[in-house]
Design a protein around this ligand. Structure first.
Ligand SMILES: [Fe+2]
Ligand SMILES: [Fe+2]
Length: 289
């Protein structure tokens, strides 16, 4: 197993064409944090033709356009209609999805991103409810990005090590609530959390991402991001339960986590919030692919 782990890490380290997050997304985040004027934001976003095309496609879709609104033909109007906050989330989601284009196809790929976007779309709200604390734009974006990227280790393992990873997938049944990282560790000697954390480091993302993504299924994290990690774990578990229909039977061995989960579901009025976030995520995945 140690051999397999070393083989995986060594091979990943030599891959030249590893996905990158586009520069536009970082430039946009910076411009939004600095409260730049709309034309400047538009000019920045327009540098990315694929992003522009997709935002226009999305804003003209039935879900975003609504029954009576006129079609939109330019990015500035699209951003005004969406609002800066929503536009930023869409740009982030598109960039993540685009970076991993080709890392999967069909329903499995769509489900993967739907799950990630639901977690992303719920984390900031869950944080504010749990800690009774209003997040600023930057912290909200970090939590959204965290949700979006928390499972990319799965895509990376599946894409670069298909035979090995299929051995994990074949024996794993989410509905039975079996622990994916445990299976991964048995077969590979490492988990999708390890690989996700490795990818965050490779992308030079802040330590928050490395720590939280590297521990989003495990106990015992001792570091500065316990609040963010707790939210990510809770929302991830809650979303997985909802997706697999195990909400009623969910029985994690960690009783504290379980009661926190139930409390959060109650406070988020889970049905309503999840339906709403789910519909938006569904639309995003369909339009952004
Ligand atoms: Fe995960
Ligand atoms: Fe997940």
């Amino acid at each position: 197993m140690v051999l397999r782990k070393n083989f995986i890490l060594k091979k990943l380290g030599t891959i030249q064409s590893f996905p990158v997050l586009p520069d536009t997304v970082f430039a946009l985040a910076k411009a939004l944090d600095e409260n730049r004027e709309l034309p400047e934001i538009v000019a920045l976003a327009e540098r990315d033709v694929a992003l522009t095309t997709n935002v226009l496609k999305l804003v003209n879709s039935a879900y975003y356009r609504g029954p009576s609104r006129a079609a939109i033909g330019n990015l500035e109007e699209a951003i005004v209609r969406l609002g800066l906050h929503e536009f930023e989330r869409i740009a982030l989601s598109f960039s993540a999805l685009h970076s991993f284009k080709g890392f999967g196809t069909g329903a499995v790929f769509a489900d993967f991103w739907k799950h990630s976007m639901i977690v992303a779309g719920t984390c900031a709200r869950a944080y504010e409810i749990l800690y009774e604390e209003k997040l600023d734009r930057r912290a909200g974006r970090d939590l959204y990005t965290l949700g979006l990227l928390h499972d990319v280790g799965i895509l990376i393992l599946d894409f670069y090590f298909p035979e090995l990873y299929q051995r994990v997938v074949k024996h794993f049944d989410r509905k039975l609530n079996l622990d994916l990282p445990e299976f991964e560790f048995d077969v590979l000697g490492l988990t999708h959390e390890d690989i996700g954390a490795w990818a965050m480091a490779r992308w030079n993302l802040p330590q928050l991402f490395i720590d939280c993504i590297g521990h989003h299924h495990r106990e015992g994290y001792q570091g500065p991001y316990t609040k963010e990690l707790r939210v990510l774990r809770l929302v991830n578990d809650m979303t997985t339960c909802h997706e697999t229909g195990t909400l009623a039977t969910y029985d994690p061995s960690d009783l504290t986590l379980r009661s926190e989960l139930e409390e959060l579901q109650f406070k988020l009025k889970v049905r309503f919030v999840t339906e709403e976030v789910f519909r938006a995520a569904d639309e995003l995945v369909q339009q952004l692919q």
